[in-house]
Design a protein around this ligand. Structure first.
Ligand code: GDP
Ligand code: MG
Ligand code: ZN
Length: 351
């Protein structure tokens, strides 16, 4: 029998299950999603499941089950099943679908920690780290900055200076797959039953870190795919792995665009640690751009606040505003469209 506690099952989830009309059926966690097939790990093992029509009806893509979701299913045959219900989602990591503004796609749910992985070469980019951090905090997930390839030459002092302003919001680890001690430290940071997602550009060592943490080759890294020339994009590729007697690790392919899906742009000031200043602005509705008595501008001018952090704040805020307005517009549009459909139906009925 498989103990689902190691996958994060707990009393709270069990209570949620009792509220479902299907509480008598089996439950499990989605470990892989293929187009319409979901691999679900349950107490009795792995099941290949499909959704009932009801579960699909009227849903946007991002509302369908994703990796990490807890579902209720009716098993049949030896290892098949039909998903009939899904427990309310929590702590979801979204990515913006490329080319669209408000369309989001769920990467994983029930995430406890997100390791933002960057490598200590050209890849290190504090602005990008801020961006990931803000998105992750918004989802109530704990961000951790993992600076990998610490065996390479880098200026530690300079890096520490760069991450200073966000170190309160997220712990920073220096790691190398060639320095076991650093992997051990990272490992101790992952508690039993916790779910950890690895995000960051391709090539920074996410899959290598997962392998090092599991002390075996559970995932393909770019080394392997280069030498065999295949395997990198196979659909059966596993992304969720269980670490021995500990947490659940989720690898993601390099996410180039990790758009902000934030509804509350004001929370940004807090995340970037400039809310101490915003509270001292003369006007309550100060936008910190050119208002008199703006404490944020003052802090920039007298060198307390790094102008780069300030710029980053403005940029992220603009994007977040853009997102929340377009999300709002989209809802309005959907509403008026369904109204139109209703009217057409009515008119037809009257003919
Ligand atoms: N020098 C060094 N190379 C690493 C380290 N971690 C990973 N790599 C290498 O970086 C490349 C990309 O690793 P991979 O795990 O596939 O990156 P991913 O795309 O983020 O999953 C591979 O050639 C790894 O061997 C590290 O700590 N130090
Ligand atoms: Mg990888
Ligand atoms: Zn201000």
């Amino acid at each position: 029998m498989i103990h689902l506690n190691t996958y994060g099952w707990n009393d709270k989830l069990n209570q949620l299950k009792q509220e479902s009309a299907y509480k008598a059926l089996s439950h499990g966690r989605v470990t892989v999603v293929h187009r319409t097939c979901y691999e679900v790990i349950s107490e009795s093992g792995l099941h290949q499941c499909e959704l009932t029509g009801n579960m699909m009806f009227g849903k946007s893509d991002f509302e369908l089950p994703c990796m990490g979701d807890w579902v209720i299913f009716q098993p049949f045959d030896e290892n098949k099943g039909i998903i009939v219900d899904m427990l309310p989602r929590e702590r979801i990591l979204y990515r913006k679908k490329s080319g669209t503004i408000a369309d989001k796609q769920a990467i994983a749910s029930y995430v406890d920690k997100a390791f933002i992985v960057q490598s200590l070469d050209d890849n290190f980019n504090i602005r990008r780290a801020e961006r990931f951090m803000v998105q992750i905090l918004e989802e109530k997930i704990k961000p951790i900055l993992v600076l990998n390839k610490a065996d390479l030459d880098f200026d530690k002092q300079k890096i520490e200076e760069h991450v200073k302003h966000i170190a309160h919001q997220m712990p920073v680890f220096f790691t190398s797959i060639h320095q076991p001690q650093t992997i051990l430290q990272l490992r101790e940071f992952i508690a039993k039953g916790e779910t950890v997602v690895f995000v960051g550009s391709s090539g920074v060592g996410k899959s290598s870190l997962v392998n090092a943490l599991c002390e075996k080759s559970v995932l393909l890294t770019s080394d392997i795919s280069v030498s065999t020339g295949k395997g990198r994009h196979t659909s059966t590729r596993r992304e969720m792995v269980l670490m021995d007697a500990s947490g659940v690790l989720i690898d993601t392919p390099g996410v180039r665009e990790f758009g902000l899906a934030i509804d509350d742009p004001d929370s940004l000031a807090k995340m970037l640690e400039i809310s101490d200043f915003t509270e001292s602005c003369r006007f309550k509705d100060c936008e910190h751009i050119n208002e008199p008595g703006c404490a944020v501008l003052e802090a920039v001018n007298c060198g307390i606040l790094d102008p780069k952090v300030y710029e980053s704040y403005l940029k992220l805020r603009k994007e977040a505003w853009h997102f929340s307005t377009s999300e709002h517009e989209k809802r309005k549009r959907d509403k008026s469209f369904s109204k139109l459909v209703d009217e057409v139906k009515k008119r037809k009925a009257n003919l």
